[in-house]
Structures are given as structure tokens and as C-alpha cells.
Design a protein around this ligand. Structure first.
Ligand SMILES: CC(C)(COP(=O)(O)OP(=O)(O)OC[C@H]1O[C@@H](n2cnc3c(N)ncnc32)[C@H](O)[C@@H]1OP(=O)(O)O)[C@@H](O)C(=O)NCCC(=O)NCCS
Length: 178
């Protein structure tokens, strides 16, 4: 299918919109992760949504095809000194204000059209941070390759929860190259 970037309307949200967008975030997640619905870690997603959206530095973008949400990206500014990357980089970069990208997903029907990159760029476009950091399951090398194409590099590995996957820690300097 030819890439199509124009038909998706991308809207920005903040912590103040958390209650309004909560159900949309859960519904899109249920569709995007339908193949892993039995995974207890995936089932804990509502807790993560509430945890991240309660952060005052929360930013979220949701893509809409008409009135239909097709995917989203969200994250929050990192607490200085508590960034995921810190244990992997010594010395720390001089400019270290970090935005943690927590979630990026596109519903199956809308994949393979470049929407994930557009959502990710739109999320970071409103930020004034020096770095973006995210975690990607080490068993998903194609997703990691996607992030590398956007400017991220792997700086280490971590497993934040006993029942979570092992993740690659990915770091990108901002602003992203065009
Ligand atoms: C990751 C995602 C946003 C990328 O969307 P996209 O830009 O439309 O790109 P695609 O869906 O074609 O994904 C790119 C490649 O990664 C693979 N991939 C995507 N999600 C994957 C997953 N959860 N596990 C394993 N491989 C995955 C795809 O199969 C594809 O490989 P292919 O080209 O050989 O088919 C979308 O696939 C998605 O929502 N996946 C499920 C949620 C997820 O894994 N999010 C990333 C968390 S770090």
C-alpha cells in the first residue's frame, strides 16, 4: 500500500485532558495489542495510562481518521537525575533534559503507512527537551530498526518490572533530524 500521511488529523493533549482521553487510550490499546490480550503485563495497561497521564509533564498526540482514533504516542518529561539512560551513559551528556516516550501504537488497520513516525514526530515537536528516550522489547528488532531510522541509538538494556519484557534503552538527540 502507498504511504499516506495526509488523511490523519493529529491532535495534542496534556495532563489536563487525561480524563477526557482515557477511554480512547484504552480502546486503541486493546485493538493494537489484541494478539497479546492474555498477557498479564498487557492487562496492567490501565494502571500505566493513569500513572503517566497523572504526570504534570504528560504530553500525548492522538491520530484520527475522521472521528476514528487510529493510534497515539505519549510520554512525560523525566525527573532530572532519574532518566532511564543515566546508568548507561557515563559521563552524562551536557544537555540532559529528557522526554520519556512511554507508548507508541497504531491500530492494525492503519499500519504500514508511516503514521507511527508522524505521531512520534508530532509528540516531540511540542517539546523543548534535549533528549528523547524510549524502551523497546529486545525481541522486536524490526521495531527497534524503525526507531533507529528516526535517530535513536541503543545505549543499554533494562527490565523495569519482573513481569515486563527485557527492553533495549533507546536514546535520540532533539530536535530529530528532518
Ligand atoms: C510499532 C508500530 C507503532 C509501528 O507501526 P508502523 O509504522 O505502521 O509499522 P509496522 O506496523 O509495519 O511495523 C514495522 C515492523 O515492525 C514489526 N512489528 C511491529 N510491532 C511489532 C511487535 N509488537 N512485535 C514484533 N514486531 C512488530 C512489524 O511486523 C513490521 O515488520 P514487517 O515490515 O516485516 O512487517 C505498530 O506496529 C504497533 O502499534 N505495534 C504494536 C505496539 C508496539 O509494539 N508498539 C511499540 C512499543 S515500543
Amino acid at each position: 500500500m502507498e504511504p499516506t500521511l495526509t488523511s490523519i488529523d493529529v491532535r495534542n493533549f496534556t495532563h489536563d485532558d487525561a480524563a477526557e482521553i482515557r477511554q480512547t487510550l484504552l480502546d486503541v490499546h486493546a485493538d493494537a495489542y489484541a494478539d497479546r490480550a492474555d498477557d498479564p503485563f498487557v492487562q496492567r495497561f490501565p494502571w500505566f495510562v493513569d500513572h503517566w497521564s497523572s504526570h504534570p509533564g504528560f504530553s500525548c498526540v492522538i491520530g484520527y481518521d475522521g472521528s476514528e482514533p487510529i493510534g497515539y504516542a505519549y510520554g512525560a518529561s523525566a525527573k532530572p537525575g532519574r532518566e532511564w539512560w543515566r546508568e548507561h551513559l557515563n559521563p552524562a551528556p551536557e544537555k540532559a533534559r529528557t522526554f520519556h516516550v512511554s507508548e507508541l501504537m497504531v491500530r492494525p488497520k492503519w499500519r504500514k503507512r508511516g503514521h507511527s513516525e508522524r505521531l512520534h514526530r508530532a509528540l516531540l515537536a511540542v517539546r523543548r527537551d534535549d533528549l528523547a528516550a524510549l524502551l523497546v522489547d529486545v525481541e522486536h528488532p524490526k521495531v527497534q530498526a524503525l526507531y533507529e531510522a528516526w535517530g535513536y541509538r541503543k545505549v543499554g538494556e533494562r527490565q523495569p518490572f519482573p513481569d515486563s519484557p527485557l527492553y533495549a534503552v533507546m536514546l535520540a538527540e532533539l530536535p530529530l533530524a528532518l
